[in-house]
Design a protein around this ligand. Structure first.
Ligand code: ADP
Ligand code: NI
Length: 213
């Protein structure tokens, strides 16, 4: 098990790199730590949680031709590394259910999936989430904020990925909604703190925007 986790870590490092697209190796590092912490609290299988956390973004559609190709890549890697078949199918199930896709979500069925999904969502929240949002915004060339661009309340997957928005609008379009979608009770506790952190940030942001602070 240790051998597989170490190999998965090296694989994720080699595939993901260090660019500003929001899926760098350190995102995986943090999600893995969080997933292990939540798994211990919730009594989930640590090996499955950790393996799924390490591999979850290798299959991201932004890094592959399609979602299916990404899943296929993870499947092939697990076969080559002799991951037991039942572990394989659980991990694939988790990874294919995981991406948020602008709110069109499918519920996670296994406890391990709930844990890893919570860990991934938590990394989009709080101080880290704020930092990632601005790095990603710079990466795609969108503004910090523009009062003339309206917050979009519902959107298709296509609009979520390609529509015009701002870093600050992204909090209202996605990040502030994450708290209500948490699966596990420990995940909910952590999300409550990270949510407050973001609310505080926005409060200060709008005061500073108007020169009131
Ligand atoms: P996920 O794989 O969880 O859907 P994404 O790939 O959409 O995450 O995003 C990776 C990181 O970039 C996250 O922290 C997310 O909040 C941020 N991000 C994604 N889309 C936007 C956007 N349109 N504007 C600002 N930040 C974004
Ligand atoms: Ni992720």
């Amino acid at each position: 098990m240790e051998r597989i986790l170490e190999a998965a870590e090296n694989y994720a490092k080699s595939v993901l790199g260090l660019d500003g697209s929001g899926h760098d190796w350190w995102h995986i590092y943090r999600v893995n730590k969080l997933a292990c912490t939540i798994a211990r609290e919730e009594g989930a299988n640590l090996f499955i949680c950790s393996l799924a956390a390490l591999l979850h973004d290798v299959a991201d559609e932004k890094l592959n031709g399609s979602e299916e190709e990404g899943i296929q890549k993870v499947n092939q890697w697990m076969n080559e590394n002799e991951v037991p078949a039942e572990v394989c199918s659980q991990v694939l199930n988790i990874i294919s259910t995981m991406s948020f896709k602008g709110g069109n979500k499918v519920p996670m069925s296994s406890l391990e999936g709930k844990v890893v999904q919570d860990a991934d969502r938590l990394d989009a929240m709080g101080a880290i989430g704020i930092a990632r949002t601005f790095v990603y915004s710079g990466h795609i060339g969108q503004l910090i904020y523009d009062p003339s661009i309206q917050v979009r309340n519902s959107m298709t997957k296509e609009e979520y990925r390609n529509g015009r928005s701002t870093a600050v609008n992204h909090f209202y379009e996605k990040l502030l909604k994450l708290k209500n979608g948490m699966n596990t009770s420990y995940g909910k506790q952590l999300a409550a703190r990270r949510h407050e952190e973001m609310e505080h940030f926005l409060e200060v942001f709008f005061k500073e925007w108007e020169g009131r602070r």
